[in-house]
Write a protein that binds this ligand. Structure first.
Ligand code: HGY
Ligand code: MN
Ligand code: MN
Length: 382
């Protein structure tokens, strides 16, 4: 994170922006307006990613923001632009996503700060170890003059490639629930314990995982993923005492998502009961579906038409910082086509000509917002 802060800060200072790292580790670069006390537009995305990731998820949105400032070629707008590189969106280290963007909407609370990583290090300790000062947390929050948040991001799916389109307007970001489930049985010797005398936590978790897949296939629009399975003690010749699995459930309708979380956790309890196991289900996060700002969406559509492309509207199955910023600021996203529809993997990529189109579209959008008086009078929702 230090290396990327250094690299991108250098680019931004060269373009006339002042750069700081806020108390939650977000990179914050202000490109001032030509007018004192002007409103401000945030443009950004996240700088963290997942293990063995691709090279575009998140960081492309920050680099595109830099490219837009470069495209202004030193010109000032009637509003300031703040480029934001969020420190932690994926939730890999602490199991809770959107830590950086929660800092901008005042939601870094004691519970979040006490969350611990695999080594028992709390978020509070990690922030201090990075050399940041939590007493400046209030300084990370968006100010009242921020009138919008714009995020460019790869689609991370197959839709735009199948439509043969480079860009899309995101209408809504689907809600998601993340849980940890720990199945507990009884450790025993793999060689001496007859099959009918076992309390095998792995076998119980495995039975439940197949049910997760069956249930998700049966409910239109539902996705449910067991991304991590860890056994303890984890030896070949020991029947595992404990099996800890993660569950990620998403659906555009919050009621369906919450009903399915209930169904799947009840099913885990039923499997455990039948097998003489215990199971502990703990929620890590439950994020509602969030609609993007209609006005900004219409402006993006107009900008996409101006570059000669057909605008497509779609919702996002992936979570994004825009769904957190939207609590305080009218927010919008522009998707870029994902060739091969792959993401969260080194095969993730973008087409250079689509990136060029995104920059062209973004520059039209900046001009449109500069001459849209009603937009400039909008400020943060309290
Ligand atoms: O998992 C997600 O929804 C995104 O990649 N943070
Ligand atoms: Mn991601
Ligand atoms: Mn992302």
């Amino acid at each position: 994170m230090r290396d990327i802060h250094r690299e991108i800060s250098e680019w931004l200072r060269h373009l006339g922006a002042t750069v700081r790292i806020d108390a939650v580790g977000n990179l914050r670069a202000l490109y001032p307006s030509g007018h004192a006390s002007a409103p401000c537009l945030l443009i950004g995305s996240h700088l963290d990613t997942v293990p063995n990731a691709g090279a575009f998820d998140g960081v492309l949105g920050v680099v595109l923001a830099v490219a837009l400032l470069q495209g202004l070629d030193g010109r000032r707008l009637p509003y300031a632009v703040e480029v934001v590189g969020f420190s932690e969106e994926e939730g890999v280290r602490f199991g809770v996503p959107f830590i950086g963007s929660r800092g901008l909407v005042g939601r870094v609370d004691v519970q979040l700060l006490e969350t611990r990583d695999e080594r028992g290090v709390s978020l509070r300790e990690a922030i201090a170890a990075f050399g940041l000062n939590l007493s400046e947390l209030a300084d990370a929050e968006v100010r009242d003059n921020v009138f919008g948040y714009l995020e460019f991001h790869i689609e991370q799916g197959p839709v735009l490639e199948n439509l043969g389109l480079p860009l899309a307007v995101v209408e809504a970001i689907s809600g998601q629930s993340r849980l940890d489930l720990t199945f507990a049985g009884r450790a025993n010797h793999a060689g001496t314990t007859p099959m009918d005398l076992r309390f095998d936590s792995v076998a119980g978790a495995a039975e439940w995982i197949t049910t997760v897949e069956r249930e998700a296939r049966a409910v239109p629009g539902l996705v449910a993923t067991v991304g991590s399975v860890e056994t303890r003690p984890g030896a070949t010749n020991v029947i595992a005492a404990e099996t800890r699995v993660t569950l990620d459930v998403r659906h555009r309708e919050d009621a369906v998502r919450m009903r399915e979380v209930e169904t799947l956790t009840n099913c885990a309890r039923e499997v455990a009961r039948r097998r003489g196991l215990s199971v502990n289900c703990s929620s890590r996060m439950a994020q509602k579906t969030v609609a993007m700002d209609p006005f900004l969406g219409a402006q993006i559509e107009e900008a996409i038409r101006k570059i000669g492309c057909k605008p497509h509207r779609m919702s996002s199955g992936a979570g994004h910082d825009a769904m957190i910023l939207a609590e305080k600021v009218p927010s919008a996203m522009i998707f870029l086509r994902s060739p091969g529809g792959i993401s969260h993997d080194p095969a993730e990529t973008v087409a250079v000509e689509d990136v060029e189109k995104a920059i062209e579209c973004g520059l039209h959008l900046l001009e449109q917002l500069a001459s849209a008086p009603e937009f400039l009078t909008r400020t943060c929702r309290a």
